[in-house]
Structure formats: structure tokens, C-alpha cells
Design a binder for this molecule. Structure first.
Ligand code: SF4
Length: 345
């Protein structure tokens, strides 16, 4: 599909949407602050869509890479994706097309990006960049993609290949450098995506963070993202070993997790969960494909009951939340919903 056929919404629809999503923030904040469990009239601030949970790598900090996801591997049907976009486009500023898989493996990735962008949603994704060859790079640069995270955990082959098992350091670096180079020369009508090069700060990479920042700060890279280590709810021993000793301590002042008020996570089969830390969907909150809409689940019985449990800190039967410490990364304000962890995405 040529770039010129991409029809992005015009100035006024974008302005109206921006006003609507900005006014949604104080509504969400009030509901979170007042501990309201039914959020009718408000919309999620972030929408995560898992278009695939397949991956080509076996990364040591990832439940997919460790083969403990515990869900069937597959791709989201394009029809389900379109239904989600159609419903949420008027209300959500941006969607993220990855949760527990490598999005470049989805054969319909580019048409999905284009569909969402034409519907008026900005699109972000994170990729391990191992299959980001020249053709894919050119396609992504003209797809309308708003933001891309190119993940490279390490400054040398030994570090990187021990973390991102099955990947080849030289190939990934070449892919990232080519993408940045093509992006720098991109002059099409469709703006190129904001580009982040990312390193996750964990035991094997911590000492390399400064060198990584210095090396990748260059034209074409909008941001070098040194991302805080995520234990995924403190549920997997092998993953916990990778974090710094001072991280992950329980906090006595636990507040109800804002993610249940602000974010919506939809998995490949339409299942919604509290957040991506429920990687195995052990605590499903409803299914978008069955319920017919995202908002029916977001304001459904499962979601409301879990919000109520958070309000009284009764989480012993909620596997992803009970040992989680990452909830403390978020404390929203009336007009802000960003996380406060370094490199929050
Ligand atoms: S407590 Fe942790 S696992 Fe539960 S919703 Fe919040 S961040 Fe996710």
C-alpha cells in the first residue's frame, strides 16, 4: 500500500480528540482517588493490545522467553483488532501493540497500524529488532507508526546474547543502525516514528547503562531509554534474580493500583487482565470477544471486583497482584497519568 493512501485525521478531529482525552484524566483521577469501582463515563488512558504472543527469542527476563506463559501461542484475529479499534478510537489517544510477543511476527502488523492510525489512534510498539530487515524498516517508516522502541540489552555480544538468547548481536545492531539511518533520511508525507533505543537495567546490563546512553545518543534516536527492571509481579524466581538487591522491597503504604483505573490490557484471544504482569491470564477479568466490547469488560463484574479488592488490600488470592511491587511505579495526578519509574513506557 503506498504511503499516500494513508488518510490521517485532520486538524479539527485531532484537536477534539485531544481535548476529550485530556478531560478524561481528571475524571479517572477522581474515580481512582475516591475509590470508585464503576468507571462508567470515563475511558482507559492507555490501551495495550497483544497482537501476538509468539516470539522468536528466549530472553531470560521474559515469561514468554522462559516458556512459562501458560497460554496457547497465537496471533490476534484482524477482525477482533478492528472491533477494538473501532470502539476505542474516539476515546483513546494511543495504543501499544505489544504485550507478550514480538509484534513484527504478526503478518498483518502494517495493515493493523494503518487501520488504527486512520481511525485516529496513535500507535506504539516495542520490538527486539532481530527481524527488522530493510523491507520491514521501510514499511514501518511509512506505516504511520507513532513510536517505536528498539530493544538491545547490552553493549557487547557476550552480554546481549546471554540475555536475548537465540539473537545475534551484530545482526540486531545492524538492523537498528539501518532503521535509524533510513529514519534520518525519511522525507515522506507521513512522519517517521519517534525512536527509542532501549536497555533494560538488570544485573548483567547495569554496569553498561552509561556507555549505552552515550553510544546510542545520536541523530535519528529521539530517546535512549534505560528502563527500570520489571519483575512482573515478583512471580518468577529466575527473573527476580536479575534485579538489583535494593529493588522489590515491600512498601508498607500500599495504595490501590492505578493501573486498574487507567489501563486496559487485551490479550490475543480477547481476554482482559489487570495488567501485563498477569502474563498467564491466571486471573482473567473478562473477554472482549465474548462480551462484545472492551468497555463492557472494563466496567464488568471481574474488573469492579478486583478494584474493590485493591481498595481493602485483599490480594492474597490474586496471583499477579499479591507479591507485586511495581504498583508503586504509578501515582497519578489530576492531569497526569505517567509512571514514575525510570524509563516508564
Ligand atoms: S498490583 Fe501489580 S500486578 Fe496488580 S494491577 Fe497493579 S501493577 Fe499489575
Amino acid at each position: 500500500m503506498p504511503e499516500s493512501t494513508l488518510r490521517l485525521p485532520g486538524f479539527w478531529p485531532r484537536l477534539i480528540k485531544r481535548a476529550r482525552t485530556t478531560l478524561n484524566l481528571p475524571r479517572l483521577w477522581r474515580h481512582w482517588k475516591n475509590g470508585r469501582t464503576d468507571l462508567t463515563g470515563a475511558w482507559p488512558n492507555r490501551l495495550y493490545i497483544e497482537i501476538t504472543n509468539a516470539c522468536n527469542l528466549d530472553c531470560i527476563m521474559c515469561p514468554t522467553g522462559l516458556h512459562i506463559l501458560g497460554r496457547p501461542t497465537g496471533n490476534m484475529e484482524e477482525s477482533l483488532f478492528r472491533r477494538i479499534v473501532n470502539e476505542m478510537a474516539p476515546h483513546v489517544q494511543q495504543t501499544t501493540l505489544h504485550i507478550w510477543g514480538e509484534p513484527l511476527l504478526h503478518p498483518k502488523l502494517v495493515p493493523m497500524i494503518r487501520y488504527a492510525r486512520e481511525a485516529g489512534i496513535e500507535v506504539s510498539l516495542s520490538t527486539n529488532a532481530t527481524i527488522l530487515d530493510e523491507a520491514r524498516a521501510r514499511e514501518l517508516l511509512t506505516s504511520g507508526l507513532t513510536e517505536i522502541y528498539l530493544c538491545l540489552d547490552g553493549m557487547d555480544a557476550a552480554t546481549y546474547e546471554a540475555i536475548r538468547r537465540k539473537a545475534d548481536f551484530a545482526t540486531t545492531v545492524a538492523n537498528i543502525e539501518r532503521f535509524i539511518d533510513l529514519k534520518s533520511r525519511h522525507g515522506g508525507a507521513v512522519p517517521a516514528p519517534k525512536t527509542h533505543v532501549q536497555l533494560i537495567e538488570m544485573a548483567p546490563t547495569r554496569a553498561q547503562a552509561d556507555a549505552f546512553r552515550a553510544h546510542w545518543s545520536r541523530p535519528g534516536v529521539d530517546h535512549v531509554n534505560v528502563k527500570a527492571f520489571d519483575s512482573w509481579g515478583n512471580q518468577v524466581k529466575e527473573i527476580n534474580r536479575l534485579r538489583a538487591p535494593h529493588e522489590g522491597a515491600e512498601r508498607p503504604d500500599r495504595w490501590h493500583c492505578p493501573l486498574l483505573w487507567y489501563h486496559a490490557h487485551v490479550y490475543v484471544d480477547g481476554t482482559m487482565t489487570c495488567c501485563d504482569r498477569d502474563f498467564g491470564a491466571k486471573y482473567p477479568l473478562g473477554n472482549v470477544a465474548e462480551a462484545g466490547s472492551v468497555m463492557a469488560v472494563w466496567n464488568g463484574a471481574g474488573m469492579k471486583a478486583l478494584r474493590a479488592k485493591h481498595l481493602v488490600n485483599d490480594l492474597k488470592d490474586v496471583p499477579p497482584c499479591r507479591g507485586c511491587t511495581e504498583w508503586s511505579w504509578w501515582k497519578p495526578g489530576p492531569f497526569s497519568a505517567h509512571g514514575n519509574a525510570p524509563g516508564d513506557r
